[in-house]
Design a protein around this ligand. Structure first.
Ligand code: AHR
Length: 567
């Protein structure tokens, strides 16, 4: 049995199985008891092979709502079709923005949306996307060369019909804070601070404020989050970390605030590029420690893409299929995603060598699974793929991982929101569906702004055969948070076929009125389509019970949210 620490990685626990058996745990009658769920009267955990201790007296930091953030780029069918349908569309819309998408985002309490990229951001001139819509120039989209010859024109060529005002209106309708990514590769610091001026200068104060007012937005948008470039080690300019740090200083110096707190996000490392993190801070601080005050966060990007089982690191060859996979591919995807925890820990440690007070936070502004083409809901949509139950488990696992590091991760943005990679939603014209990933975000919304709570997970590991070599993966993990007296415990069982009967101990508290929401299926390939939008949907069961412990069976291949009212 592996003992897992919900606060970090593997850790031995002092709480032994014998202690489980010794501990007197309360129970009361459940009104309705699904077979898999029962508060127990006796100390009868002998049959449970797994255990979760929720340590209510061991609070972590608060879980930033921004960990539940999103990402929208002018890429494939994401903006044009996914978000923007146009005012005259037969698709229900609010001022041209897909109504259903706005409604779904409100349901999941979408806290922040990043825009306009991604790689697109460093080829984009924000001035093309403001002013009268019919006067806006048409440009070549950054992704144009990757598009197929049959792709619609508005995927290859940027009409600029959807620009700053439209995006900020969309974010406001969704109830989310906007996070704008500035172009560092091909524009100047002046262009950046003019964009800030356009968005944030007071009504009537500047020519750009008047331009904003002329297009219907008299009052400032008060945009707080600004990215300074994107992937500056690659598509954002192929800089060295030292060159980028010097550019960052230039962009970040003396940006007008207009009374609005600005949180500037530096373009951070690709996956495990420790040298980037080190080089960036080293160079930044050559101008003194005060430079740290200009950086709110360092971005980190990691996609789970290599399903080659160690055979290759080739970006094209290594990818797997979104829909055709076996249990080994399932575990490989989770292993790839699980690297995120080490990435967070190690980059954080390096950051601490320069920023001992840990003023600068990690912003994981791109994460998700990335498969090879072939599963698009709308054939031909670039980087669109079909999320399955595997991606729900991967996403639940990733969000839990962020929750366990609330002092380090200040924001995360799932790549991407709709019609692209790890999408929460798929849409084409008047067709729409919520993907398994979207359901996970809905389930996990209860963690937003909650007090992180340490939870210790102990479960048998998953063992599998990786092309003749033994391989293993953890057996059960999750995260816990507290909002007033409501405890949320989310748990992932990654095993494709084995349920995990689990003793859950609320250490330092007692719960009553529990509800369990589960996302699972007997079919690990299950996914939602326009024709079958509810092939996979969460099921909620409630029971009234009282106590400090319960036994719950987590089904195989599942994501579960348990909600407790604490007494
Ligand atoms: O999310 C797709 C692309 O992946 C983004 O544009 C880029 O930043 C990353 O490489």
């Amino acid at each position: 049995m592996a003992l897992l620490d919900g606060n970090s990685t593997h850790q031995n626990s002092m709480i032994s199985r014998r202690e489980i058996l010794r501990t007197g745990l309360l129970a009361a009658g459940a009104i309705s008891q699904p077979a898999s769920f029962a508060f127990s009267r006796a100390v009868d955990s002998a049959s449970a092979d797994s255990r979760i201790d929720v340590l209510l007296d061991e609070p972590l930091s608060a879980i930033s709502r921004y960990i539940y953030g999103h990402f929208t780029e002018h890429l494939g069918g994401l903006i044009y079709d996914g978000v923007w349908v146009g005012e005259n569309s037969r698709v229900p819309n609010i001022d041209g923005i897909r109504r259903r998408l706005v409604e779904e985002l409100r349901k999941i309490k979408a806290p922040v949306i990043r825009y306009p990229g991604g790689c697109f951001a460093d080829s984009y001139n924000w001035q093309d996307g403001v002013g009268p819509a019919d006067k806006r120039p048409r440009r070549t989209n950054f992704w144009s060369d990757a598009e197929s010859t049959t792709a619609p024109d508005n995927h290859k060529f940027e009409s600029n019909r959807f620009g700053t005002n439209e995006f900020l209106h969309f974010a406001k309708l969704a109830g989310a804070a906007p996070y704008l990514a500035a172009n560092l590769r091909s524009l100047t610091p002046e262009s950046f601070y003019r964009w800030v001026e356009y968005c944030n200068s007071p009504a009537g104060s500047t020519t750009l404020a008047e331009m904003r007012a002329a297009s219907g937005a008299r009052d400032p948008f008060n945009v707080r989050f600004w990215g300074i470039g994107n992937e500056s080690w690659g598509c954002g300019g192929n800089f060295t970390p030292q060159e980028y740090a010097a550019e960052f200083r230039r962009f970040a110096t003396w940006v007008p605030h207009y009374g609005q707190e600005l949180s500037l996000i530096a373009s951070g490392p690709n996956v495990d590029d420790w040298d980037w993190t080190r080089g960036f801070f080293e160079e930044l601080l050559r101008k003194g420690k005060d430079q740290l005050r200009s950086v709110y966060g360092l971005s980190l990007h990691h996609y789970a893409w290599n399903l080659s089982r160690g055979r290759t690191n080739d970006w094209e060859q290594g990818k797997g299929s979104a829909l055709q996979f076996d249990p080994v591919d399932w575990y490989e995807l989770l292993r790839e995603g699980d690297r995120m925890e080490t990435l967070i820990d190690k980059h954080w440690q390096i950051m601490g060598e320069y920023d001992t007070a840990h003023r600068v936070k990690l912003i994981v502004d791109e994460w998700g699974a990335w498969y090879r083409p072939g599963s698009e809901a709308t054939p031909g949509d670039l980087l669109e793929q079909m999320p399955t139950l595997r991606d729900a488990v991967f996403s639940g696992m990733t969000l839990d991982l962020f929750n366990r590091h609330p002092a380090k991760v200040a924001m995360a943005n799932c790549a991407q929101l709709i019609n692209c990679l790890n999408s929460l939603y798929l849409a084409h014209e008047d067709k729409f569906c919520v993907t398994p990933v979207g359901h996970v975000f809905a389930m996990y919304a209860a963690h937003q702004d909650g007090q992180g709570i340490r939870a210790v997970f102990s479960a048998p590991e998953v063992h599998y055969d990786r092309d003749g070599q033994p391989a293993s993966f953890w057996g059960l993990r999750g995260s816990a948070s507290l909002s007033v007296r409501e405890l949320t415990l989310t748990v992932v069982n990654p095993h494709v076929s084995e349920p995990r009967e689990t003793r859950i101990n609320l250490r330092g508290g007692r719960g009553s009125t529990v509800s369990a929401t589960t996302l699972t299926s007997n079919d690990i390939h299950v996914h939602n389509t326009f024709d079958q939008p509810d092939a996979l949907a969460p099921q909620t069961k409630s029971l009234q019970a009282t106590g400090a412990a319960l036994t719950y069976t987590f089904p195989p291949a599942s994501v579960t949210k348990l909600s407790f009212s604490l007494m």
